[in-house]
Design a protein around this ligand. Sequence first.
Ligand SMILES: [Zn+2]
Length: 121
Amino acid sequence: MKKENVKKVSTTRDYSAIRTSLLNLQTDIINRHNQHKQDNEVDVSGDDVDFITGVFLVEMSNQLSKRDIALIEKITSALDKIDNDRFGSCEECEEEIPMRRLEANPYCTCCVPCAESLEAK
Ligand SMILES: [Zn+2]
């Protein structure tokens, strides 16, 4: 008999709302950036929010602020986790992150206790 107790994030959770807000955040950053660069003709189709790739990030890294880049990376990785059913668990202790925390901070990677102990370091 195979072991069935493999630790997996609950699939009963619905992350579609969080996914949408992540995509909106991502689009906001890009749009904000495009507005700054309006007179320099940036060839980015704003309709496709999935176009962000590593190459794209590198190309933009000279123009985006460090804060925005870090944010986009967090958002991209959160979206990636949602698509791969790995979203919602703490990167430190692997416990489920409370839904309320995820809704308030959709790209957080760890639970409150772990975040606090990381900050204390
Ligand atoms: Zn944790």
